[in-house]
Design a protein around this ligand. Structure first.
Ligand code: GDP
Ligand code: MG
Length: 349
């Protein structure tokens, strides 16, 4: 199989560089390349630029380099038409365009850090050119004046920025709430093994303890916090301050309350202070009625009821619209900038 990998960004550029890989790369290019010095490519020294013409002896002037590893590098005039011509020409030899590798390369690097199969498969799609293909499609739409369509696709890509970031870095989910509500018990139940301190005495969890698991294939770092309560000793207060800092930076907050304890004004103000938090009512085994409490997920960390509902809710909040297989996801700031630069409102004027 012959693979054509575009090294320079798609679109208009002074020079386009393609890399032709595969066991037959040299032979396939040789059949279409006419070197100035008249020698076949196989007899040219490796890693040396060779000037010649492509297609026929009077064809487009190009520079070709036979690489040490058997691949051939092709440098020609930039622009999609020139690139399309060489692709067309090599298509008879069974060549296939793989990816625009300058954009796909970060995915290959990130792949090594993918913590789950699900994140790895999304990165693999990007390595196989999902993002490049989508950008190319949007560019073509912009070029043919379908700006509204293009803008929607750009917005959809940008909306996946957070997902892209978290394909290698776990989402931070901070578990907070009053002392003794069962925050540590909940994390232990979710993780399936004892990692955090669970103790029946209020205020034991002095500092943040984190543990990372996969939720629905998404990497999640659970952060246990000190109970948010007034009073307590200095160490406990310091823990509470750190908990507040983590809350501000969290991707998602779980506010855990004890369903068997009366609803307090402190509880109410906690929910009001963090309106985006997921509200969880623990100890469902001891009490069931929400009464006047705000809506939330009822569960029992002790018995395990309701845990799957919570995990589904967490996954839904972190990734509301998971990409379908093969869909584009930008994974770094350079790519986001490149997407934003495809079209700007001023271009319509
Ligand atoms: N009945 C019952 N007790 C629970 C449940 N979850 C936790 N507890 C108990 O509540 C107490 C406080 O739990 P802990 O996880 O340390 O609370 P935290 O202070 O919020 O971290 C412990 O005695 C737990 O065993 C539950 O679902 N049902
Ligand atoms: Mg605790």
């Amino acid at each position: 199989m012959l693979q054509i990998i575009q090294q320079t960004p798609p679109g208009r550029g002074a020079v386009a560089t393609l890399r032709i890989e595969g066991p037959d790369a040299v032979r396939a290019v040789d059949a279409r390349f006419f070197a100035r010095n008249g020698r076949p490519l196989a007899e040219q020294p490796t890693d040396r630029p060779i000037l010649g013409h492509f297609g026929d002896p009077q064809g487009e002037e190009v520079v070709v380099r036979r690489c040490e590893d058997g691949a051939v590098e092709w440098h020609g005039h930039g622009g999609s038409a020139a690139v399309a011509r060489i692709e067309q020409s090599l298509a008879d030899a069974g060549a296939r365009r793989v990816a625009w590798r300058t954009q796909a390369a970060p995915a290959a690097v990130a792949l090594a850090d993918a913590p789950t199969l699900r994140t790895a498969s999304i990165l693999l799609d990007q390595w196989h050119g999902a993002l490049e293909r989508e950008c190319e499609r949007i560019r073509l739409e912009v070029a043919s004046g379908r700006v509204e369509w293009a803008r929607r696709r750009i917005d959809a890509l940008l909306a996946r920025a957070a997902l892209g970031r978290h394909l290698t870095q776990p989402w931070q989910v901070v578990v907070a709430g009053p002392v003794n509500a069962g925050k540590s018990s909940l994390i232990n139940a979710l993780v399936g093994f004892e990692r955090t301190i669970v103790h029946p005495t209020p205020g034991t969890t002095r500092d943040a303890v984190t543990v990372t698991t996969a939720v629905d294939g998404w990497p999640v770092e659970w952060c246990d916090t000190a109970g948010l309560r007034e009073g307590g000793d200095a160490t406990e207060q310091a823990g509470i301050v750190r908990a507040q800092e983590r809350l501000v930076r969290a991707d998602l907050i779980l506010l855990v309350f004890d369903l068997a304890a009366p609803w307090s004004t402190e509880d109410q103000s906690l929910v009001e202070r963090w309106p985006d938090a997921l509200v969880v009512y623990n100890k469902y085994d001891r009490a069931t009625s929400l009464d006047d409490r705000p809506p939330g997920i009822r569960l029992s960390a002790l018995r395990g009821d309701g845990l799957s509902d919570l995990l589904a809710a967490v996954s839904g909040r972190l990734v509301p619209e998971p990409p379908a297989p093969g869909e584009a996801v930008p994974i770094n700031d350079d790519q986001l900038a490149a997407i934003q630069s495809i079209w700007t409102p001023s271009q319509t004027a």
